[in-house]
Design a protein around this ligand. Sequence first.
Ligand SMILES: C[S@@+](CC[C@H](N)C(=O)[O-])C[C@H]1O[C@@H](n2cnc3c(N)ncnc32)[C@H](O)[C@@H]1O
Length: 243
Amino acid sequence: MSETHFGFQKVDEAQKADRVRGVFNSVAARYDVMNDLMSMGLHRAWKAYAVAAADVRPGQRVLDLAGGTGDLARAFAKKVGAGGMVVHTDINEAMLRQGRDRLLDEGLVLPTSICDAEVLPFASGGFDLVTVAFGLRNMTHKDRALAEMNRVLRPGGRLLVLEFSKVAQPLSKAYDWYSFNVLPRLGQWVAGDADSYRYLAESIRMHPGQAELKAMMKSAGFGHVDVHNLSAGVVALHVGIKC
Ligand SMILES: C[S@@+](CC[C@H](N)C(=O)[O-])C[C@H]1O[C@@H](n2cnc3c(N)ncnc32)[C@H](O)[C@@H]1O
C-alpha cells in the first residue's frame, strides 16, 4: 500500500479520502463563517479575481469541482445565464448540501452532483471551463484529478485552480505564526474543532508551490499555464489551457 500525506502525518493512500471526509463533515455547518474569519474576508476577493480571470460568456458550460458551499458556482451561474450551465459538485455530501441549500435560498437551481474529482462521471470534451477552488490540496492523487479535468474540457477550454500556495519569504514567519497559533484556536472557538484547522495549516505546507503545480498541470496535458500570485503568494490562481 502506498503512503501519502494527511497534513504532516503519513497515512495509507486508502485512508486519506476518509480522513478528508471527516474534516469537511465536521466543519460543513460553520464553513462559510470560518472562511470569512480566517481570511478576514479575503477569500471573497480571491474568488472574485478567479471569476474575473475566467471571463466566462453567456451560454458556456462550467464544471465546479470541490465546489463546497457554492461561492464559485453561484458567481458563474450569473455569468453563463439561462442558456449556459454550471454543474456544482463535491465529493462530500455535507458540504454539497450546505451549498445547494444556500443556492436554493437565493433562487438558484443548479445541477448538483456528488463526485470524486479523480474519477469524473462526465463525458470527454463537454466543458468550456473547469474550476477547483481550495480543493486540489485535499485530493489524494492530484495527477489523476488534473488529468480528469483535462479530459472533460473541450480543446481550448480552461482549467482554473485557485489554491493556497507558497507565500513570499519575508512574510513566511508571520504567516506560520498565524497559521499554527491562530487558526486552530479560531477553529476550536467557532466550529468546536481545532484539529481540522490544524490540518488546514499543515496541508497548505504540503501542497506543491507555484512552479511545481504549474509543471503538474503541464504534465496533465495543459499546453499553456499562467500563474497569478494573490496576496504575496498566500494563494495562487493557476490558469491552464487545453491545447
Ligand atoms: C476547502 S473546501 C473548498 C470549497 C469551495 N470550493 C470554496 O472555495 O469555498 C474543499 C472541498 O474539497 C472537497 N474535496 C476533497 N477531496 C475531493 C475530491 N477528491 N473530489 C472532489 N471534491 C473533493 C471537500 O469535500 C471540500 O468540500
